[in-house]
Design a binder for this molecule. Structure first.
Ligand code: MF3
Ligand code: CO
Ligand code: CO
Length: 290
């Protein structure tokens, strides 16, 4: 039985009492939205929500592109953070990481260098020749979230770093290729883990892709490794794929002091690329393209 303060069955994301109340969900002819919400907690987005999330994703991609272009030897990740922060404000958007979670994330973007897997915090260390850097931008525009990240190579990087950068990019692209309604979600992890292991890399399992759009992190979880989770994709689903690929062991260790920075256990390099995607009747749309 649905309660007044529960999320409405129609998929709006609003409380029932503010939406379709007192109309009850119709059990006999449940719509895909009702089914996905009750069964998996997944909100299939309405056309209006999709339009808003598409705009937010496009902005995130633009901010990410501009910030990546600033990343050169001698520049600090704090300078990148401050630049990206300004771009959010100029566009009337909010950087989602700032103040997110507990303890609250202290900066506006994530900058993850070399052996840092994800959630690196911008600081005053200048970028150096040979560094690999992930920049992760999530913006909130008109209440809608868009999430994407990319790698930047600073000058000449060694073969091991180049390998994780290239393999993580290919893992993301190959997993996008197969997306379509009806596909079991674990096919994504199958493709990524196979490609990574064929190229002498490991897949991080402690962090996963995620539903996104109305909140920063929504169901479903999207593992990048092999699992038994066979939830079928459906038109209107919006989620990220963001494989974190390591040159050595797959294990992540969270920094004891800041509680965010996730590093490889063997200090070998790690790389990640991220897109937000929409499942459509025809297949899929990458929302975080320029
Ligand atoms: N953008 C990251 C993701 O892809 C999440 C960062 S959480 C933060 O899911 F608090 F570190 F920003
Ligand atoms: Co994400
Ligand atoms: Co992200």
């Amino acid at each position: 039985m649905i309660g007044r303060n529960d999320v409405c069955w129609c998929g709006s994301g609003k409380k029932w009492k503010k939406c379709h109340y007192p109309q009850e969900p119709n059990k006999a002819e449940a719509s895909p939205s009702e089914l996905y919400f009750t069964r998996y907690g997944i909100i299939l987005k309405t056309p209006q929500q999709i339009a808003g999330i598409r705009r937010s994703c496009h902005l995130a991609a633009q901010i990410l592109d501009a910030t990546c272009r600033m990343a050169k030897a001698g520049v600090t990740t704090m300078e990148l953070n401050d630049y990206a922060h300004e771009l959010h404000l100029k566009a009337g958007a909010i950087p989602a990481p700032l103040g997110y979670g507990s303890p609250p994330f202290p900066k506006s973007i994530c900058t993850s260098l070399n052996e840092v897997i994800c959630h690196g915090i911008p600081d005053y260390r200048p970028l150096q020749d040979g560094d690999i850097l992930n920049i992760d931008v999530t913006c909130i525009l008109d209440g809608y979230y868009g999430d994407c990240s990319r790698m930047v190579c600073i000058g000449d990087v060694d073969a091991e770093k180049q390998r994780v950068v290239d393999v993580s990019y290919k893992c993301l692209m190959r997993s996008l290729d197969i997306l379509a309604p009806g596909l079991a979600i674990n096919k994504i992890g199958d493709v990524i883990q196979s490609y990574a292991e064929d190229h002498n890399c490991s897949v991080v399992t402690q962090f996963v892709g995620h539903g996104v759009g109305l909140r920063f992190h929504e169901p479903p979880q999207v593992p990048h490794h092999r699992t038994q989770i066979d939830t079928p994709l459906a038109a209107g689903m919006i989620f990220t794929i963001e494989p974190m690929i390591n040159a050595g062991k797959k294990e992540a260790v969270i920094d004891k002091h800041d509680k965010w920075t996730a590093r490889t256990i063997d200090n070998k390099p790690s790389a990640q690329w991220e897109h937000t995607v929409l499942i459509t009747d025809a297949g899929y749309e990458v929302l975080t393209l320029l």
